[in-house]
Design a protein around this ligand. Structure first.
Ligand code: NAP
Length: 518
């Protein structure tokens, strides 16, 4: 029995018309759900959000909207086991992978709920001080941030159907903007179940949240000048959507989170078998294998001193030997399958492409023996480590994101070369640097800053206390320059900015202060 996914439009659940897309369990290749958005009236969804959802949200304070997020987080958490089960049947891989996605969603909602509480009774933000503009003491100006009167359209990637949906929704709803959310079709089941839980719990005002459960069709042709499109996915799709009529002709705002060739840099001072060495090895293996490497933040480029590369390869080999590829829910399996048949094809083709410049030194992209899986079934891939002799000459490693359990070892000579190798990725979401050498950390931190959205600086004092390289925290900005999309999400209060209009008010300074800043 497959589940029929419906879209939630104008406060009604609507099934699309045939033909339907089929969603699969990647461990068994069994069909688990089907969906279509054909015949769904997207123009009506925009009108409903603008006319009903927006005014209701704007009438609330930040604290009141924060309370909605808190209730959403609680309602979803109450059905966590069900959600983990759905996640594992439709793309998540292991139970740990499912938790990473689902708990990331409820955690981000809870974080923005507490931010709403902190922002209190206000319904707009004051941006800076009221300042004088002329010699007159009476005349002055101030900037405010007020909710835009449009719709937040969220288009998400297949790899985080839970977190992607709700990290975006949390910020938009807190800002006072209604949401139309669209998960990737291949893993839309989890997002559908989660939106259903929130709707059934009657938490949100009508029109505040609508779901497009499948293909976007002509959804984005409706984008107008007060609307915002937040996209996560491949660089190609991002470029296409950025060039649409809404953004180009009507100035709809666009935020793009695209693919990224993230890196980890081992300092020259880090000795094999030290705590920092172990942190580094564990970080690389976790990022290669969590969600089978299908994370936008995964470490793709492992940059290490040339004279330590052999030792590092040996340590990584030992750790990768302990990875057990297997079907979701199988005891002992530490890495699940890729999400879809096409992801597996892309992975195999991508590794072969990279391996022409950086030979495989561990694993195989074509052969794997998963535990708990039926012979010949499932979209499984084993972890693969590549190694380039000349880091900067191996172009492909810096140009092609292979979305699976693969990373490449790259040697560097000195700190400046390490910076150049990181920058060669053209803009990344995150790079980690592990060292106890302060001068190296400073050179790296400042040198790669312009090429990353986030830089994780790890020394021995925090090696056992840090969050993981790939974990996106709501307190810090998520996004990266250049090929990573040039976008910025989250970052606490900063994230609200995308959904708020900054308006400069000028006039009677005392009046401005009294009316708008208290
Ligand atoms: P994708 O193929 O670009 O699809 C992303 C989303 O765009 C899906 O919802 C897809 O819908 C939709 N889409 C595709 N063509 C569209 C069009 N013409 N109009 C409107 N919507 C369209 O990417 P993906 O394969 O799902 O995701 C993998 C990529 O996402 C990787 O490159 C990864 O690095 C990146 N990613 C980045 C981040 C980040 O935060 N930076 C996070 C996660 C993933 P359908 O599924 O219905 O086609």
């Amino acid at each position: 029995m497959t589940v029929l996914l419906k879209s939630y439009i104008q406060d009604n659940w609507i099934a699309g018309e045939a033909p339907f897309s089929t969603l699969y369990d990647p461990s068994t290749e069994a069909a688990v759900a089907e969906t279509s958005t054909r015949g769904v009236d997207f123009a009506a969804a925009f009108a409903h959000a603008r006319g009903v959802g927006g005014p209701a949200l704007r009438a609330m304070s930040f604290a009141e909207r924060g309370a909605l997020l808190k209730a959403m987080s609680k309602a979803l958490y109450a059905q966590r086991e069900h959600l983990l089960d759905v996640a594992m049947k439709n793309g998540a891989g292991t139970r740990g992978d499912a938790k990473f996605d689902v708990d990331g969603a409820t955690g981000t909602l809870a974080y923005y709920a507490s931010l709403g509480k902190r922002l209190g009774d206000a319904s707009h933000l004051v941006d800076g001080e009221v300042g004088g503009l002329t010699q007159s003491a009476r005349f002055g100006g101030v900037h405010l941030r007020v909710p835009r009167e449009g719709v937040a359209v969220h288009v998400n990637a297949f790899n985080f159907p839970a977190w992607g949906t709700f990290e975006k929704a949390a910020v938009a709803l807190l800002a006072g903007v209604p949401v139309i959310t669209k998960p990737a079709t291949s893993t839309a089941w989890l997002a559908y179940e989660m939106v259903k839980i929130v709707i059934d719990a009657e938490i949100l005002p009508p029109g505040a949240l609508q779901l497009v459960a499948g293909s976007a069709g002509d959804l984005l042709t409706n984008l107008g000048g007060q609307d915002m499109l937040a996209f996560t996915g491949s660089a190609d799709t991002g470029a296409l959507l950025r060039g649409g009529d809404g953004p180009v002709a009507r100035s709809a705002r666009v935020n793009v989170e695209a693919d990224s060739l993230n890196a980890a840099v081992l300092g020259p001072d880090v000795e094999p078998d030290s705590d920092l060495w172990h942190w580094f090895v564990n970080a690389v293996v976790l990022e290669m294998t969590q969600k089978a490497g299908q994370k936008c933040t995964a470490i793709r480029r492992v940059i290490a001193p040339a004279d330590k590369l052999n030792d590092l390869q040996e340590s990584l080999t030992d750790a990768l030997d302990r990875v057990v590829v297997g079907a979701a829910g199988t005891s002992g399996a530490t890495m699940g399958p890729l999400a879809t048949a096409s992801q597996l094809r892309d992975y195999r083709e991508g590794v072969a492409h990279l391996a022409e410049q950086a030979p495989i030194v561990y694993g195989s992209h074509t052969e794997v023996s998963p535990v708990g899986a039926e012979e010949g079934k499932g979209y499984f891939a084993g972890p693969v480590l590549l190694r380039a002799a000349d880091a900067l000459a191996a172009d492909r490693v810096h140009d092609r994101e292979v979305f699976g359990p693969v990373a490449t070892l790259l040697p560097y000579g000195d700190a400046d070369e390490a910076v150049a190798i990181v920058a060669r990725g053209g803009g990344s979401l995150v790079t980690s640097v592990a060292s106890n050498d302060r001068s190296f950390l400073k050179t790296l931190g400042l040198g790669i800053g312009a090429w990353n959205g986030r830089v994780m600086i790890i020394d021995k004092k925090v090696a056992d206390q840090s969050t993981s390289h790939g974990m996106v925290l709501p307190q810090l900005v998520h996004g990266g320059p250049g090929r990573a999309g040039g976008g910025e999400e989250l970052g606490g209060e900063r994230g609200l900015g995308f959904y708020l209009q900054r308006v400069a008010l000028q006039g009677n300074r005392a009046l401005l202060e009294k009316l708008f800043t208290k």
